[in-house]
Design a protein around this ligand. Structure first.
Ligand code: 6PG
Length: 240
C-alpha cells in the first residue's frame, strides 16, 4: 500500500501535469531503451496532453512508446474515442512518430472481444523487441467517482482474467470497451494514478485509505493494494 503522505499534490491542473511529466521523463532517462507507457482515457489526461504539447520533443527524442489503458468501441472520429481525443489534443498536433503510438483499433464488424485479443497480442508481441521484462513500464490510471479504473468497474468479476486486455462494458451506458486488465496493470513496475477534482475526494480517500472490505474491492483500491509500486498525482489532499 502506498503511504498517502507520499502523494504528489499540486495546486493546479498544470502543476499536477508537470509533476507526472517530470516523473515520466525521469523513468525514461533511467532506462537504456525507450519506455512503454499506457495512458488512460476520460477527461483528466487532457491536461497532460496540453502540457506535453508545450514540449513535445522531450517525449519524442526519448522515443517514448504510448499504448492505451482502455478504449471505447467507437470510431476515432467520435468524441468518446480516447485515442481520437489524445490524437486531436497532442499526438496529431505534435506530429508524434506513428511508430511510437499504438491505439486500440475500432473496426466496424469486429467484436470487442476480438479487438481486445488483437491488442493483447500486439502488446505481447512487442515484448521481445527490446529486453523489457513486462510489456508496459508505466501505467497512468484515472479513477471514476465510483472507484473504477481502466474500464474495470465495481461489481464486475474480472479479477482472475489472465489476458492483459479484456472486453468490458460501461455499466452506465452500455458502451463496450477494451480494457487493460488487473493482470496487465499489476504486472507493471509502476502505476501512476492521476486523479483530479474535489468531487473525487471521498472516493479517492476510500481507495487509498480503505476502511471496509467493500472499499478494498473497489477496482482502483484493488490496484493500489496489489500493484508493484503506486504513486498518486492529484490536487486533492487526503487524510492519513
Ligand atoms: C475511460 C478511462 C476511465 C477514466 C475515469 C476517469 O476510458 O473512461 O480510462 O477509467 O480514467 O473514468 O475519467 P475522468 O478523467 O473523465 O474523470
Amino acid at each position: 500500500m502506498m503511504d498517502i503522505k507520499s502523494a504528489h499534490v499540486g495546486a493546479t491542473t498544470e502543476d499536477v501535469a508537470r509533476l507526472i511529466t517530470n516523473r515520466l521523463l525521469a523513468v525514461a532517462d533511467a532506462h537504456k531503451r525507450p519506455i512503454h507507457v499506457a495512458v488512460s482515457g476520460g477527461s483528466t489526461p487532457k491536461s497532460l496532453f496540453e502540457h506535453w504539447l508545450k514540449m513535445p520533443d522531450e517525449l519524442i527524442r526519448r522515443r517514448i512508446h504510448f499504448w492505451w489503458v482502455d478504449e471505447r468501441m467507437v470510431p476515432m472520429t467520435d468524441s468518446e474515442s480516447n485515442y481520437g481525443n489524445a490524437f486531436r489534443t497532442f499526438f496529431g498536433k505534435a506530429d508524434y512518430p506513428q511508430g511510437l503510438i499504438h491505439p486500440i483499433e475500432y473496426q466496424e464488424g469486429r467484436t470487442t472481444a476480438e479487438a481486445a485479443h488483437l491488442y493483447d497480442t500486439m502488446l505481447s508481441e512487442s515484448l521481445p523487441t527490446d529486453g523489457r521484462s513486462t510489456p508496459l513500464d508505466v501505467v497512468i490510471l484515472g479513477m471514476g467517482d465510483d472507484g473504477h479504473t481502466s474500464s474495470l468497474f465495481p461489481g464486475q468479476d474480472l479479477f482472475e482474467v489472465e489476458e492483459r486486455y479484456v472486453k468490458s462494458v460501461n455499466p452506465y451506458n452500455g458502451v463496450e470497451r477494451v480494457a487493460l486488465s488487473y493482470t496487465g496493470i499489476l504486472e507493471s513496475p509502476l502505476v501512476l494514478f492521476h486523479v483530479m477534482g474535489t468531487a473525487k475526494r471521498e472516493m479517492l480517500q476510500r481507495v487509498f485509505v480503505p476502511q471496509t472490505a467493500e472499499d478494498r474491492l473497489l477496482p482502483a483500491a484493488y490496484v493500489v493494494e496489489h500493484a508493484k509500486h503506486v504513486e498518486l498525482y492529484t490536487d486533492i489532499a487526503l487524510e492519513a
